[in-house]
Structure formats: structure tokens, C-alpha cells
Design a protein around this ligand. Structure first.
Ligand code: SF4
Ligand code: SF4
Length: 142
């Protein structure tokens, strides 16, 4: 099972030249391996309550542990409307996953969902300023 790959994906989506907004197909939260780490659990304790501790070797520090949010089952925080139930405190891996990235588009292809299209100029104009600023920052050259 492929895991949610944020660093490479974010760069690929930014370099593709388009602005993409997630349409909440929910596929990444259902079909990718999503892991959280100790700092994510400190920020959002519900992760520990809801998700199995996936890797914990007795000789390793807690900072090396990881919790599995999604693997064979969808993430427990994914709502019926495909919204994230812990959006403000979701793990860093989820924060960094880019809509419109190669992995996002591949998932959609594999599940028969049409590709996510870049925002039109009209959509960009109607975005709230904060969203537009964040998306623009993603497109800035490294
Ligand atoms: S696969 Fe892409 S479009 Fe679908 S929910 Fe994930 S980021 Fe959004
Ligand atoms: S925490 Fe939220 S964004 Fe991350 S996999 Fe679960 S539902 Fe998706």
C-alpha cells in the first residue's frame, strides 16, 4: 500500500503550474497508508485514542513510534461528508499532502474519478484571500 507522500507531492503539484483545491473525493484518507508521529499525538490526543500504535520497539524512544491512521481501513477521522474531523490538528503528513499532486491524481485514476483540474481564473478570484495566499505560496519557486 503506498503511503501518503507529502514532500515530493507538494513540490510536484507546485511545479505543475496550476492551483488545485481538494474536492474531497476522500480517496487519500481511505486508500493510502497514513502515519502520525509523537508530535502529532501531542498536538491531537484523539489520534492515540482512535488509532493503533503501529511501530513501537521497546528499545526505541517514543519519538520513533508511529500511529497508523489509515491502512486497511479508512482513517477514523474521515467524516461521511469526506471532511477531516480533526482538520485543525491533523498530522503533519496530512497537512503536507497536496491536492492535484501526482499521487492524488493517480489515486483518482485508479478509482475511476476524473482528474482534479486546476482552478480557473474565476475560481481564483472568488477564493478567500487566505486560501489564495497559501496556494500562491505553494507555487513560489524554492
Ligand atoms: S485524493 Fe486529492 S482531491 Fe481527493 S481528497 Fe485527497 S487531496 Fe483531495
Ligand atoms: S487525519 Fe484527516 S486528513 Fe488525515 S487521513 Fe485522517 S481524515 Fe484524512
Amino acid at each position: 500500500m503506498p503511503s501518503l507522500n507529502h514532500d515530493q507531492d507538494q513540490r510536484e503539484a507546485a511545479n505543475s503550474g496550476g492551483l488545485y483545491v481538494c474536492d474531497r473525493c476522500g480517496l487519500c484518507c481511505r486508500h493510502l497508508l497514513v502515519e502520525a508521529y509523537a508530535l502529532d499525538v501531542l498536538r491531537e490526543p484523539r489520534i492515540e485514542a482512535e488509532c493503533p500504535l503501529g511501530k513501537r520497539h521497546p528499545d526505541l524512544d517514543i519519538l520513533d513510534a508511529c500511529w497508523i491512521l489509515s491502512a486497511v481501513k479508512p482513517c477514523p477521522f474521515l467524516g461521511l461528508d469526506n471532511r477531516c474531523g480533526i482538520y485543525a490538528t491533523r498530522p503533519g503528513t496530512c497537512v503536507g499532502f497536496a491536492a492535484g499532486s501526482a499521487q492524488c491524481q493517480q489515486l483518482r485514476r485508479e478509482h475511476g474519478v476524473p482528474p482534479l483540474l486546476p482552478c480557473s481564473n474565476e475560481q481564483r478570484k472568488s477564493m478567500d484571500p487566505m486560501t489564495a495566499e497559501i496556494l500562491q505560496a505553494l507555487l513560489a519557486p524554492e
